[in-house]
Design a protein around this ligand. Sequence first.
Ligand SMILES: [Zn+2]
Length: 681
Amino acid sequence: MRLRMALTVTASAMIQTALLSAEPEVGFALYMTTPATNAPESKVVAEQMMTRTVDEKDGKTCIVWRGHPVCGDNFTVTATLAPTSEKDGWAYEFAYSGNESELGVRLIDFPVLTVPRTDKTEIFYPQMCGQVRRPKWAEVKPGANVAVAAMNGIHFMAALNGMDESWYVDQRGDARLRSSRSIVRNGEKPRTVTMLFRYAPQLTAENRESGAMPFGGTIRRFRGDWFAAAEIYRRWAWEQPWAKAAFARPQKEMRNIAIWFWNRGGSDDVAPPVERFAELTGLPVALDWYWWHKIPYDVGYPFFWPPREGAEKFEATVRRLVAKGIFVQPYTNGISWDQADPTWDGEGSLDAVVEKDGTKKGCQYNAYVPSALSVMCGTAPHFHARMRELMKTLRGCGLPGVYMDQVGGCCVVRSCWSPSHPHAPGGGTTMADGYRRLFRDIKADNPGLLVSTEDTPEAFLDVVDSAINLWQNGERFGMPAQPEAETVPAFMAVYHGALAMYGSYAVIDGIPPFDPMWPEEDRWPNEKPWEELYPDQYALEFARGVAMGMQPMVHQLRMSHFDDPRYAANFKFTVDTAKFYYANRDFLYDGTMCAPCTLTCARQPVELFIRGIYTKLEKARVVRHPSHATILHSVWRAKDGRKAAVLVNWTKDEQPYVLECECFKSSGSLAPLSWKLEDLQ
Ligand SMILES: [Zn+2]
């Protein structure tokens, strides 16, 4: 039984009034098992409990469920809701006690918040930097999921109804360090939507009989869009010590980057284009260097050293680039060990995450070369030692930075059930604690080394310096076309300025890199003039992230791209973008994101050819946005208080626009492939 709070709450007038008009419901679910791997599991839901009461105590509303066939007559689950200082807000807590069974709690679904929706209700959920979904509700079965995200970044979601009543729910406390997922479902009852967080605690002797969720959160009724929801979260986040520490760091080296080049291959392929671009523009640039290592990509981790071309040439190239003021960071994978490596049995296997079924999962990322990469637990002494040794070697080559893939995007959400690791089985903070320690150890070993990881690493905000974010190119990860789905910069709305963010999949000739260490027969036999077939893809994919306040990035720049007339317009746009970004870093690096303005501009269809490094010919596909805004924009407040809108026209035609923001209104037009800063003072 979900609690129909609107009908039963006898709480304060404020809660009663607020909830009566909206009729939300709050429920829970517990997934219970024993610490043993592969043990059976029972699901305990509110509907199975024998009684339910609602009490008012010390200004709080306590919802108490008692008695369960498996957990015993005294099993008690308590949800507490207390008014917050914010209007129409409630802080929640969750606890259980009196469990008489041998089962412990593996997963807690709480709050399971069901609120009204219309056919136009939009969902914001925390997939990486944030996504808005506009489900075709009539086509979604009751109870079916519409959005599921592993929580590696921001911890809030919302059901959005514009200026009508909308609902927000978040996790607070130290939830950023813990294993959670967010799930949004069509409600079981007509015209409702259910939002829930699924938290994975650890199973310990202490929390079997009774326990509490170690963090709370808030539920909030509000009006507005995804940005209004982000503002609720950031008011809290900005007050947290770890966020303050991240914002307060000196970021001179990262701030001084005008554009990144994500180049893959040996020195002779990756370095000259970067050097030439720097000479041509006079801008400080960065090289994110993939495939420098002896192993094929996504095989043989974590044994990257030595470089394919030999240590001497690699180091000489690094030192030459650094001497020219070019920032260089080499790729490493920060979480994986290949089960095929001879060291697996003596080291990797001991450190690997153990799944609930007792297995050590191995993932094959590389489509061409068989491999089974296992994720290392947070407590992984052999892996930590190997990575620390590698980082010392890389630092010894004069590298100012290193990249550690997947830590930011994949590890916090995991649970580990190893009976031999020095942690209790389950989720908790094992992963975040261990990888935070690894980052800190690497930095202590190598003073001044800058460390980067992927996605939107809220758990590591204060221990890494930068992150590559690629979800603004979400079509490449299977995101459907607009208007059904849209990536929005919610993480940037909260944390812009706390660390450097960069990234894009934009390839100027449309040909993803192919590792010469892969089987030659898997290389596409005939490349087409992709820049003619999908003429807007490069500019759109490239510009989106910059419009979100990220540092520009181009994937696989080659010397042939500089002077070929086929790429001339896009190459000029690349140069112009880097110059624009660099000149406006007081907004785009240092600034705080403000609510978007209302921008009126033409819309047009655009097609994106979806093909990655592992995409075989027959698997390539096209995503078609039937009506995409021709101008992207964002609004920023500089540290000195100045406010400005950044606009970019990614099309090859001039585009007129009208910009309206609070008391400001302007109109004008943007030249093809151009940027503009509108002063909003
Ligand atoms: Zn473990």
